[in-house]
Design a protein around this ligand. Structure first.
Ligand SMILES: *Cc1c(COP(=O)(O)O)cnc(C)c1O
Length: 481
């Protein structure tokens, strides 16, 4: 038995708890829920969504009253969730015409919307101008030309913010890094000078709003935020005299981390996992390191904006999935779930998600399992298929590297090979996957002919609302001819 498991370190008071041997969310028995809805099934908490939004607004608003939290809707653009966030006074960040459409359908007004993206089409820019959005965050000089052209033909001037490359490396993994010139985003300071010149000659059709930077996702290093603030202060003092009009706002992007793995989890794993998956910093830390210096430098008038996605929604949902098959190989127990990366894309990038046996939360005996998804694809596994294979190959080729296995693991592995679950976990048990609220619903596919599952919301009054229905087999053929 693992002592740690017996203490239920995964419990989060008044949110995710053990109730008569079952996992519960906001007091609702999720195993009973899964029996009604079927699996796989996503469950969100309205209470947690609202609490996250309110906490973020409060924390940053206390530091600087002229503050906007613009939710990065690509993390989860469900209409019910968008309406909840609008109700909580969040603004919204969109990165396509489709997200702009969803934001306006959810009731966000133009002055609450900012629009990012590296390749906005004319149709998207026209829609943004027509909706009088707060800022089109222009990503390149060619896009600025396009915005000016559209604005010349449009009914209103275009509000323009320029996305600058702050040359900061911050993402949790290379694919999540967005703040350096080698990433695909933004303009270099030299390009910004040219952009400002263009804006100075287009003040009749554009309104210069400010600058935007976004340094990555799951950015766990407080120095990256300090560096972003320092960059903005230095950059603004360098170019102050070139601004076409007064600076209205600075948008600092998102990227704030959440803990996928930490002390509350039974098996926090090796240190290299904790580097990425444990939030070493809090929202308060971000406030102190990023927001406070900018407030001090630019004063109370300037509007400061952030665009958090993951940190607002990741910990508001669990995925309920059922064990459908088992095997025993090389003295290891393998479990096959009915949920794979087709409905949880981050799993294919070997992202770590903590799992517990939701139907056995009082079991004290635990065991380690290899966990697989149902797809006809070797990468559909909840351990690091690529990393393990790369290490094996390297060691075969270069046995002398065995001494450096720890180092290799640090570089190549993104999650452990085994998950610790109730020892009796077997066919029919419900496994809960934690912290799946961000970047999963909107990235699902029908790969392997699998249906996208329903999504439930536990409302404030404890009732359950289906906020996204399950696909049916008809959906698999509806668009083909
Ligand atoms: C994705 C994205 C965000 C949100 O990032 P999170 O890591 O989810 O907070 C914010 N701003 C921009 C420009 C983005 O591309």
């Amino acid at each position: 038995m693992s002592q740690v498991i017996a203490l239920k370190p995964w419990e989060r008071k008044a949110y995710l708890e053990s109730l008569d041997g079952h996992l519960s969310m906001d007091g609702v028995d999720l195993v009973t829920l899964a029996a009604h809805t079927g699996t796989p099934h996503y469950v969100y908490s309205e209470k947690k969504l609202r609490a996250n939004a309110a906490e973020m607004i409060q924390t940053f608003g206390d530091i600087h009253p002229n503050f906007t939290v613009a939710y990065a809707s690509k993390a989860l653009a469900n209409m019910s969730v968008l309406k909840i966030f609008r109700d909580e006074h969040l603004g919204i960040e969109v990165n396509s015409g489709g997200e702009l459409f969803k934001a306006t359908q959810a009731g966000f007004t133009g002055d609450q919307i900012v629009f990012n993206g590296v390749a906005k089409t004319k149709v998207e820019i026209d829609a943004a101008i027509a909706a009088k959005i707060k800022a089109i965050n222009v990503d390149s000089l060619s896009e600025l030309d396009r915005v000016i052209d559209c604005a010349k033909q449009g009914p209103h001037p275009a509000n323009v913010t320029l996305r600058v490359v702050p040359e900061i490396q911050g993402g949790g993994t290379a694919g999540l890094e967005t703040g350096s010139a080698s990433s695909k985003f933004g303009m270099t300071p030299e390009e910004i000078m040219v952009a400002l010149e263009k804006l100075r000659t287009a003040t009749d059709v554009t309104k210069f709003m400010g600058f935007h930077a976004h340094i990555g996702s799951q950015v766990n290093d407080i120095d990256a935020y300090r560096a972003e603030a320092a960059f903005m202060i230095r950059f603004l003092s360098d170019i102050k005299s070139s601004l076409p009009t007064e600076l209205k706002h600075l948008n600092l992007g998102g990227g704030f981390p959440i803990s996928y793995i930490d002390g509350r989890n039974a098996n926090p794993g090796p240190e290299y996992l904790q580097d990425t998956y444990t939030a070493a910093i809090s929202i308060e830390d971000v406030g102190k390191s990023l927001i406070a210096p900018l407030r001090d430098a630019f004063g109370p008038e300037i509007e400061l904006i952030v665009e958090p996605g993951r940190s607002l929604v990741a910990d508001t949902a669990v995925l309920l999935t059922r064990v459908e098959a088992t095997k025993r190989r090389n003295k290891l127990d393998w479990l096959y779930l009915d949920a794979g990366y087709g409905i949880m894309l981050d799993a294919v990038f070997s992202w770590y998600f903590h799992m517990i046996t939701a139907s056995r939360t009082d079991d004290e005996d635990t065991a380690h399992f290899r966990i697989f998804g149902p797809l006809c694809d070797s990468y559909d596994a909840f351990f690091d298929v690529r990393g393990e294979a790369a290490i094996r190959k390297l060691l075969e080729k270069e046995p002398s590297l065995t001494d450096h296995k720890n180092l290799l693991e640090k570089v190549l592995l993104h999650q452990p090979g085994m998950k610790e679950l109730a020892a009796k976990t077997s066919i029919g048990d419900i496994v809960a996957v934690f912290d799946v609220g961000a970047y999963n619903i909107d990235t699902q596919s029908q790969y392997c002919g699998r249906l996208q599952p329903a999504v439930s919301l536990i409302k404030l009054d404890g009732s359950i609302q289906e906020i996204r229905n399950a696909e049916t087999e008809d959906d698999l053929i509806a668009r083909d001819s």
